[in-house]
Design a protein around this ligand. Structure first.
Ligand code: CA
Ligand code: CA
Ligand code: CA
Ligand code: CA
Length: 502
């Protein structure tokens, strides 16, 4: 995409880049094996044991996946792929297949669920273009009987510090309709910067363009330019937000206007004109959000650039935060090179921080004999909610225990994605990113709900979550942590805990 792209094209681009693990598929590798392809994650989280020991298969439990598309690639009915999904999937709305960036990641998620909970009834709905359309998708799948919903969508315009329209819908579905909700944490990893606005007394582009933020937390020497590196051959997105209420969900909106300027060099000498989209909208009375994209497509190397944050008008925010889009491919993953804020690098935001949602991070499926490692790109929880749904500031920040748990990524499906490394070299492409982790958790939830129904029990989502959390294998820092939550999901232990508790 170039800077001449039409607004519609730009919008499309942002939409495309919103789906986690965003990559483009150039070819479809058909294979000739006839046995079922089972995610290696099935074993790692003992879903295989839960099935065999307790006779579970997810029978009669309805699970909905909300993601980019189901069968835009047209490969669903080709030999191997067709045996990897049940015939009666309800596709309520297909993604926009005219957009050549649709990857059928939703179908890959469904394949994972079908491996772990083979008798579960599956539903698909496209995620839509924004939080509002996503909300409609949520209600649609709920009205079609979903008992469990899982999504992997990211909307860079979703608020960080206040519950979005979609986050509010999720809260209702969970607490009023008893639907269990699973969301991938995101692939941003540690790529978030967070600080109070610090006045540098410098106006690098002139007084009218605004006062530059000083990135140096020690104040001196003043540094109004932060070096970051964007991924190779990809469009990197920065979502900058600050602590003022959101206009788009019924309030007065932002009292301040901030801009984010991108330079083609790490010292902020030359403003980038060719590669940048957005960053300078008027935020007064609108949302306190600037979404900026840097187009590095076509360049096979990562690129180091400089960013500047300017206060154009209004009071200086007490808190500003940005999150970079990420990738499960190291060459595509961006980095913040200086003035990092390691104790404030939370990056699971928007509906991936909704009240009542179970947020799933990722661990890499280990090669045999290797330890289990959290994925470097798995987004951390801890983003503070600062405003209530009416836009009034809370007396103290609300921090939810998100991420809730982790599940495996880098696992086999029949088709997704041929351009990711097939690490264990078994000939099946590996599905990577937190998008691959979340459906493992949702499938285990189906086994737990089935086991509960066999005891004539209807579990509330929060009861289900608690069973998954308390039976998880602790990872990372001892006990709960924002990177791995309560730990790695263990399906057999969750069922055992259910049997003991109820
Ligand atoms: Ca399969
Ligand atoms: Ca602005
Ligand atoms: Ca493989
Ligand atoms: Ca831990």
């Amino acid at each position: 995409m170039t800077s001449q792209a039409s607004p519609i094209k730009i919008l499309l681009y942002f939409i495309v880049a919103m789906t986690l693990g965003c990559i483009s598929i150039n070819s479809y590798g058909v294979n000739n094996h006839h046995q079922a392809i089972i995610s290696q994650g099935d074993r790692l989280i003992h879903a295989d044991i839960a099935r065999s020991k307790y006779g579970l298969d997810g029978d009669s439990i309805n699970i909905a996946v909300i993601s980019d598309s189901f069968n835009c690639l047209g490969t669903e009915n080709t030999n191997q792929a067709s045996s990897e999904l049940p015939a009666d999937i309800k596709v309520l709305q297909e993604g926009d297949c005219k957009n050549d960036q649709m990857l059928d990641e939703g179908r890959a998620m469904l394949e994972v669920i079908h491996d772990l909970a083979p008798k579960a009834k599956l539903i698909f709905h496209a995620m839509g273009n924004n939080s509002v359309e996503f909300s409609q998708a949520l209600n649609q799948v709920a009205d079609n009987g979903a008992q469990i919903i899982v999504d992997d969508a990211v909307f860079f315009h979703e608020p960080m510090f206040q519950d979005s329209v979609a986050a509010q819908t999720i809260e209702k579905l969970v607490f009023e309709r008893g639907i269990a909700y699973f969301s991938s944490s995101g692939n941003a990893g540690q790529n978030s910067y967070q600080a109070a606005f610090s006045a540098s007394q410098r106006y690098p582009l002139g007084i009218k363009q605004g006062l530059a933020h000083n990135f140096n937390q020690h104040s001196n020497p003043v540094d109004t330019c932060q070096s970051i590196t964007v991924g190779a051959d990809i469009f990197t997105i920065i979502s900058l937000q600050w602590d003022q209420p959101i206009k788009s969900i019924d309030s007065n909106g932002s009292a301040s206007d901030l801009d984010l300027i991108i330079y083609d060099d790490a010292e902020c000498k030359k403003i980038s004109t060719k590669h940048v989209l957005g960053g300078t909208s008027n935020n007064l009375g609108a949302d306190p959000i600037e979404v900026v994209g840097y187009d590095n497509q076509g360049n096979q190397k990562r690129k180091t650039i400089g960013i500047q944050i300017l206060l154009v008008s209004g009071p200086p925010p007490n808190l500003l935060k940005y999150i970079l889009s990420g990738s499960s491919l190291a060459s595509e993953h961006p980095a913040i090179n200086q003035h990092t804020t390691p104790h404030a690098d939370s990056s699971a935001f928007g509906h991936a921080n909704a009240n009542g949602a179970f947020i799933v991070g990722a661990v890499e499926m280990p090669l045999s004999g290797q330890p289990i490692k959290p994925s470097y790109y798995s987004s951390k929880g801890g983003v503070p909610i600062l405003f209530n749904q009416q836009g009034q500031r809370l007396t103290s920040p609300l921090i939810r225990n998100h991420v809730n748990a982790v599940a495996p990524t880098n696992v086999n499906t029949s088709f997704f994605s041929p351009i990711r490394p097939d690490l264990e070299k078994d000939g099946y492409p590996n599905f990577t990113g937190t998008s691959a982790a979340a459906p493992h958790a949702a499938a285990v939830a189906a086994l737990v709900l089935q086991a509960a129904s066999q005891k004539a029990l209807t579990l509330k989502p929060t009861q289900l979550y608690e069973l998954l959390e308390l039976s998880s294998l602790d990872l990372g820092e001892p006990n709960y942590d924002f990177a791995t939550g309560y730990g790695l999901i263990q399906a057999d232990q969750a069922i055992e805990l259910l049997q003991k508790t109820f």
